[in-house]
Design a protein around this ligand. Structure first.
Ligand code: NAD
Ligand code: DAU
Length: 339
């Protein structure tokens, strides 16, 4: 079995590669990643020398290079994690989101058709459903909730999902799509809420909470997401969409306070800053389908997952310090300087 994983030098793709190589030591895993600011080869260091692993520094929008990888490696399964993934950056500069998230998906699906893969899996997001109001805790996103996007990021992911469904219906490409809620865990790039707050708190820097901090996200430990994708690519039904989430809704401000207390810091570090444009209020996944059809349930409780995550950032300071002291510094100044 050969699985081609795109975006494997990023947060979830990297965790997925580690998960799969441990669980299926006989599988060949081919990683395609062009190493944007979010891609980090250090994340893949533990598997780089494994004879069943190969890395290609290739952009998924580069049709010729992608064709070459497919012709050399002949993957059975493709799992597409590669994306521009940060909402705030999509507000600053939408274009690269359309290129990677939409055109890149098309290029990968064209190669998947040509080389007749047995499964093309698209890693999508709950953000394609838009948001839910705070005063309707009875509402959840199901797979049939209409697509209703808010940011250039979520619009680009939704466009890709529609294209994937079109390739299934028109060309019978054997596809599946998963839509997951917010992940957290090791190797999470420190521009995102949880790692940013951990890094800032450790450096006694202000903790910038957007708006009032009342926005709700549905947090899932990254390994639970990896296990769900493993199940979908092996046992999921072609043409289907699966929501992934563990009913773990939390307000941003509560997450930040948990981190502050776990690190023994003062709540005085918390600073309310101007809100994100178009900020989604609440995400909440209904995971009934994946539970019923594939037997998936999350295994890591938030109180355990957040402890493990904080410990990982304490143990791997060099991983995130190199990021925050590098080019990322300029982004941080632009994004938070006058906020
Ligand atoms: P990430 O930003 O940490 O990593 C993205 C990876 O893709 C990086 O390694 C980057 O170098 C690579 N990449 C970007 N553009 C590329 C291109 N044109 N060609 C090749 N490689 C490219 O993202 P993440 O948080 O790991 O998210 C992975 C996927 O999961 C994305 O598709 C995202 O939409 C989806 N998702 C993320 C979350 C979350 O909470 N992080 C939740 C649900 C779904
Ligand atoms: O729901 C899945 C999505 O989760 C994925 O599709 C995205 O790729 C991923 O980035 C994530 O999107 P969010 O916008 O929810 O994640 P982020 O970590 O950027 O923000 C989480 C919440 O925290 C959001 O309400 C904004 C807020 N926030 C974020 C940052 C970076 C702050 O209050 N302050 C901050 O500095």
């Amino acid at each position: 079995m050969t699985i081609l994983v795109t975006g494997g030098a990023g947060f979830i793709g990297g965790n997925f590669i580690h998960y799969m190589m441990k669980k299926y030591p006989d599988y060949r895993i081919i990683c395609v990643d062009c190493l944007t600011y979010a891609g980090n080869l250090e994340t893949l260091e533990p598997v780089m020398e494994n004879k069943n692993f190969k890395f290609y520094k290739v952009n998924i929008t580069d049709r010729t290079a992608i064709d070459k990888v497919f012709s050399e490696e002949r993957p059975d399964i493709v799992v597409n994690f590669a994306a521009e993934s940060h909402v705030d950056r999509s507000i600053e500069n939408p274009e690269v989101f359309l290129m990677t998230n939409i055109i890149g998906t098309q290029v990968l699906m064209d190669a998947s058709r040509k080389y007749q893969v047995t499964r093309y899996h698209q890693v999508s997001t709950d953000e394609v459903y838009g948001d839910l109001p705070l005063d309707r805790p009875d509402l959840f996103f199901t797979e049939t909730t209409p697509i209703h996007t808010s940011s250039p990021y979520s619009a680009s992911k939704a466009a890709a999902d529609l294209l994937v469904q079109a390739y299934y219906r028109t060309f019978q490409l054997p596809v599946t799509i998963s839509r997951c809620s917010n992940n957290y865990g090791p190797y999470h790039f420190p521009e995102k809420l949880i790692p940013l707050m951990i890094a800032n708190a450790l450096n006694d820097k202000p903790l910038p909470v957007y708006g009032t901090g009342e926005n709700v996200r549905d947090w899932l430990y990254v390994e639970d997401h990896c296990r769900a994708i493993d199940l979908i690519i092996h046992k999921g039904k072609v043409g289907e969409i699966y929501n992934i989430g563990g009913h773990n809704e939390m307000k941003n401000i509560d997450i930040v306070k948990i981190i502050v207390h776990a690190l023994g810091k003062s709540e005085d570090l918390i600073t309310f800053v101007s809100d994100r444009a178009g900020h989604d209020m609440r995400y909440a996944i209904d995971p009934t389908k994946i539970h019923r059809e594939l037997g998936w349930l999350p295994e890591t409780k938030f109180q355990d997952g957040i402890k493990k995550t904080i410990q990982w950032y304490l143990d791997h300071k060099e991983w995130w310090e190199r990021i925050i002291n590098g080019e990322y510094k300029h982004y941080y100044e632009r994004m938070y300087g006058d906020r």
